[in-house]
Design a protein around this ligand. Sequence first.
Ligand code: BTN
Length: 248
Amino acid sequence: MTATPESLFPRLNVRRYREIDSTNTEGKRLVKLGTQLPMLLTADHQTAGRGRLGRSFYSPMDTGLYFTLVFRPESGFSDAVSLTQAAAVSLLRAVKKLTGAEVSLKWVNDLYLGPKKIAGILTEAVTGVSGRPEAVLIGIGVNLSTADFPEEIAGVAGSLGSGVNKEELLKEILLELIPFTENPADRSWLGDYRKYSNVVGKPVSVIKNGVSRPAEALAILDDGALLVRFGDGTEEALFTGEISIRFR
Ligand code: BTN
């Protein structure tokens, strides 16, 4: 019998939804109600799936893996960006293990198959009265067999499409990811994060406040920042934000 998240992680409070607005939004509601953590929320369909930078995440019924892991940050938790990068590597390793697909990572946290984005990650926090994060939510969406994307993303979005078993993929991601959430000092994801980057050495556009500037992506630094050099020779380490890249 295949191991399930419930059997592998007995402490995990697992809630499965046929349909929900967004597993991240539901996770936040449940944290505020004092629900037991750590918690895993999965959905077969999201009616208001959310992406980074206020975007939506298209999540039609039964064509993707949509889930959120919610946990109390360990002491030593420093930044959500590193956790998101650890999650991106967890996702990449799980997909490679199950399918052998040649997937890559677009900084900060998008998973690509060739020129198409097939998965994204939205990390959020619920802040307590102390101003410190009381819970962290890592939401992951993987397009498995989604075929018809809305027009605005049809050119960039794709699906893994290899008949991968959704439950197996969830299990493999959790096996990689949960140890990182329990030990924020573990930065062993950095090697694969660099190895599978699809932006280093490429011309990119850095988008800030709606303004796009051409640059070259030089390296991923030890702290996970992306070092870029602009046309005028100035260099900048980007910690968050957005870049675009044209895949040929
Ligand atoms: C992005 O590509 O910008 C991030 C997408 C994150 C999507 C996942 S699907 C499960 C979880 N619930 C959401 O509403 N968003 C995340």
